[in-house]
Design a protein around this ligand. Structure first.
Ligand code: C5P
Length: 413
């Protein structure tokens, strides 16, 4: 039995030079047991003949909005589909979907679809980086469409950049992720912290770090998509809050602690991705300190509260997930933090050299659990990584619940 046995997938193919890669993708999906219907745009047919897809899918290929054979194809195609996969997706199809335009069969199918949608873009690097495409990608992601990032590498233009169709492996991972995780987090109340904190030095200066908040926002978004009630407590970032997530903005470590403390008893899971500053100036000047005032003066620092360690002491039923940024001895240091803060799971970022997690669209993690599991999650887009983490955390919440029921003290409450 294949991985996608009897799964109904609609595969949209658009007019990118990488359309030929959709042939291999189709073969793999069909080989894994999926029932795939292919919809091609007019431009896609310039690159690959529909017959190729027809033979491999053993089904007719759709492309005409006004087909006499099936005038309602735009509705019937996704009515019973488990997933709509657009691979490759051009800037045109991506942007049209964000705007809700429906001027050909594929864009109409996208608009009519009620199933999860995965989009694997492929385009020139400059197009991917165009403000319009950036904005439309953001719109789609906020709506819950899993838009993958294109890969870096040689482009058809002869240039090197970000624009290649994501690898088949990443696309299949995204397909699997979207299919498996429909509403499995329903009933969970998830508190996520994200981003950096900012500690004032004087009226205009502050100490902070390079955390972009992307990992935490991706986790909040993925949990909400999977049915959880989510509160995101975020330090200053440039990111828009994900859809269906209650977002609380904070600045300092103390404000973050207060916001998390207020919601902690409500939560079933706390995921601390925030890069909380460990130090803050002991004294904050209310005015802008003059340059001359600094001469010979050292900035005196004090420790900020360890929010996670403190909440861990107050836990009743919550599953606690920490993140750690380590440059060396990842596993040893991670294990120590797991124990010291009594966490159920710790995810370790490798923060040295090119692999640095900060600000990147992708990340790789090593995950340690209380029961001694060590899992290496390979480099992948942060939203996919978030999905993998949620897959790992969900069983912990179930075990914790079962544990609570077995504990006599708590059962009597
Ligand atoms: O000890 P370390 O800072 O490496 O631990 C990292 C974990 O602890 C992260 O999950 C981070 O969000 C959390 N943390 C915290 N309060 C701090 C520092 C880190 O909650 N002051």
């Amino acid at each position: 039995m294949g991985k996608f046995n009897k799964t109904r997938i609609v595969l949209g193919v658009t007019g990118s030079i990488s359309a030929y890669k959709a042939v291999s993708l189709l073969r793999t999906l069909v080989g894994e047991g999926a029932e795939v219907s292919v919809v091609m745009t007019a431009a896609a047919k310039q690159f690959v003949a529909p017959l190729t897809f027809e033979v491999l899918s053993k089904r007719p290929v759709y492309g005409d909005l006004f087909s006499e054979q099936d005038p309602m194809a735009h509705l019937t195609l996704t009515e019973s589909a488990d997933l709509l996969l657009i691979a490759p997706s051009t800037a045109n199809t991506l942007s049209k979907s964000a705007l809700g335009l429906a001027d050909d069969l594929l864009s109409t199918v996208i608009l009519a679809a009620r199933c999860p949608i995965v989009m694997a873009p492929a385009m020139d690097g400059d197009m991917w980086n165009h403000p319009s495409v950036i904005e439309h990608t953001g719109t789609l992601r906020n709506r819950g469409v899993l838009v993958l990032d294109p890969e870096e590498g040689d482009l058809a233009s002869g240039l090197v950049g970000k624009g290649r169709l994501p690898s088949e492996e990443v696309i299949l991972e995204a397909v699997e992720a979207s299919l498996a995780r429909q509403q499995d987090w329903t009933g969970q109340r998830v508190l996520v912290s994200a981003g950096p904190t900012r500690e004032p030095i004087d009226a205009v200066r502050f100490m902070t770090n390079g955390s972009s908040g992307k990992m935490g926002y991706a986790i909040a978004q993925a949990a909400a998509q999977r049915g959880a009630d989510v509160v995101l407590v975020s330090g200053p970032t440039l990111l828009a809050p994900p859809a269906n997530v209650e977002s609380i903005s904070v600045v300092t470590a103390e404000e973050m602690q207060q916001a998390l403390q207020d919601r902690f008893s409500w939560a079933t899971v706390l995921i601390m991705t925030a890069a909380v500053g460990d130090f803050r100036p002991r004294q904050v000047a209310t005015h802008k300190i003059k340059k001359d005032e600094w001469v010979g003066e050292a900035l005196e620092l004090e420790r900020t509260p360890d929010i996670l360690a403190e909440l861990s002491r107050q836990r009743t039923h919550q599953v606690l997930v920490g993140f750690a940024a380590e440059t060396d001895n990842h596993i040893e240091n991670g294990k120590q933090k797991l124990q010291k803060k009594s966490l159920d799971l710790i995810a370790i970022n490798h923060v040295s050299g090119l692999d640095s997690a900060f600000g990147n669209e992708t990340n790789a993690l090593t995950v340690l659990t209380q029961s001694g599991d060590v899992l290496h999650l390979a480099r992948m887009p942060k939203l996919l990584l978030a999905q993998r983490l949620l897959d790992i955390i969900l069983p912990l919440t179930i075990m914790k619940k079962a544990g609570i029921q077995k504990t006599p003290n708590l059962r009597s409450l």
